[in-house]
Design a protein around this ligand. Structure first.
Ligand code: PLA
Length: 450
């Protein structure tokens, strides 16, 4: 039987006639396969159903690494993403993490079954203790519900979606500027995103007055995203006295605090000191949310391990909140991964490993602080015009240099130094060896008047 006369033809009407013919002559399997070529999602001559897509831009932060990887220059330097590097410029796996992993591997009783929807229960309890404090009244009174989520990002997303479903106010105020993913996470979670003033470029410090005015003018009950410490990208945190004023204002207006704690321990080197602002809000007995990440402070970036805690006023409410969180999580990713959370649980439950972790964490924080000093001194030695004291005043992983996008792109082109276009540099990506190169680049670019 010869029914293929039309199937190799390119005209759609020919193909339709061919298909019709084959249908009428009740063809063989091969005929039926070729008739599928006329359907939009099958192979063959038709165009892709995705052909209309435009190329999306790379992510403003993670795209910097992609550009860096493509650069063959031996002097290239990646100060884009906030990922800790050693003095040798290498990624670091903490010693305690290696030890915890060894323990896990040696334990033959460990299995790979699904975790519950809320994740590893011991990890959740230990995470709440780490952020709220071992003596937290909220934990003692069983008013906290904690769920394991996919690192800080996942915790923010689950918390955002929970609020969009169950909280009476759907607007979240985020600082201006903030981590670039915040507006996207909360918009997709179903909240409407507004900003409050945070940073004053003229002082390179906190715009405290603007912050108080904007939160004061926010509608009653609005959600407010607060960076727990080491504000990204500015490196500017409120003082404890300012936090106290923020707390009073927010509580007086029934604003709901949603803390993003992505850098606990990285700001001061102390886990407890960095958690103080959150604990001040818990101490007043009010409600709040906290998203925790272990990416930076335990160096577990790719393990995607974090937690969302919701502090409630009563234990029975916390229980119902948890039941609703499960309804958010189950259709999103069903249940979280087991490995990263197990590493964290091993470290947090064991006093020796915990102490060793705090030392390693402090060493990372100290190395970053020493990079700040070295860069500041290097610019001073070069007589680079401008006041660079913000390099040593700012807190955490990043320096918000004040360099503009043209200056950033010049430094990338001429010096192979990669950073986000807002002039943020990851101090954790620097080393004593690379400081002079960065200082040369900054000196060149500010004296060029771009
Ligand atoms: N919140 C803030 C304020 C962050 O800076 C980051 C990460 C996260 C949450 C999320 O981290 P996690 O999901 O990995 O736990 N910010 C990085 C990386 C370090 C990134 O953009 O993804 C940054 O370079 O800004």
């Amino acid at each position: 039987m010869k029914t293929n006369d039309f199937s190799s033809s390119s005209s759609p009407s020919d193909r339709r006639i061919g298909a019709l013919l084959r249908h009428l002559t009740a063809g063989t399997d091969a005929d039926r396969v070729s008739s599928v070529f006329a359907s939009p999602t099958s192979g063959g001559a038709g165009g892709s159903v995705f052909a209309h897509l435009v190329q999306a831009p790379e992510d403003a932060i993670l795209g910097v690494t992609i550009a860096y990887n493509k650069d063959p220059s031996p002097i290239k330097l990646n100060l884009g993403v906030g990922a800790y590097r050693t003095e040798e410029g290498k990624p670091l796996v903490l010693n305690v993490v290696r030890k915890a992993e060894q323990q896990l591997i040696n334990d033959r009783s460990r299995i790979k079954e699904y975790l519950p929807i809320v994740g590893l229960v011991e990890f959740n309890k230990l995470s709440a203790k780490l952020i709220l404090g071992a003596d937290s009244p909220a934990i003692r009174e069983n008013r906290v519900t904690t769920v394991e989520c996919l690192s800080g990002t996942g915790s923010l997303r689950v918390g955002g979606e929970f609020l969009a479903r169950h909280y009476h106010q759907k607007t979240i105020y985020i600082p201006q500027p903030t981590w670039g993913n915040h507006p996207k996470i909360f918009t997709l979670a179903g909240l409407s995103v507004k900003t409050y003033r945070y940073y004053d470029p003229s002082t390179r410090g906190l715009n405290f007055q603007g912050l108080l005015e904007d939160l004061g003018a926010a509608p009653q009950g609005s959600i407010v995203l607060l960076h727990a410490c080491a504000h990204n990208p500015t490196g500017v945190d409120p003082t404890l006295e300012q936090w106290e004023q923020i707390r009073k204002l927010m509580r007086s207006k029934g604003l709901m605090p949603f803390f993003d704690s992505a850098y606990q321990g990285f700001a001061s080197g102390s886990l407890d000191t960095d958690a103080k602002p959150i604990r001040m809000f818990v101490a007043d007995g009010g409600e709040l949310l906290v998203a925790q990440s272990y990416a930076k402070n335990m160096g577990l970036y790719g393990e995607r391990v974090g937690a969302l805690s919701i502090v409630c006023k009563a234990a029975d409410v916390a229980g119902r909140v948890e039941s609703q969180l499960k309804l958010v999580i189950r259709p999103m990713y069903s249940n979280p991964p087991i490995h990263g959370a197990s590493i964290v649980a091993v470290i947090l439950r064991d006093r020796n490993l915990f102490n060793e972790w705090t030392l390693e964490l402090k060493a990372m924080a100290d190395r970053i602080i020493s990079m700040r000093k070295q860069l500041f001194e290097a610019l001073r030695a070069r007589g680079t015009p401008g006041d660079w004291t913000h390099i040593i005043k700012q807190i955490g992983m990043f320096t918000f240099t004040g360099l503009n996008p043209a200056q950033v792109s010049y430094m990338t082109k001429e010096y192979h130094i990669y950073m986000t276009s807002d002039g943020r540099i990851s101090m954790a990506g620097l080393s004593s060896k690379t400081v002079p190169h960065l200082a040369d680049a900054i000196h060149a670019v500010v004296t060029k008047a771009l």
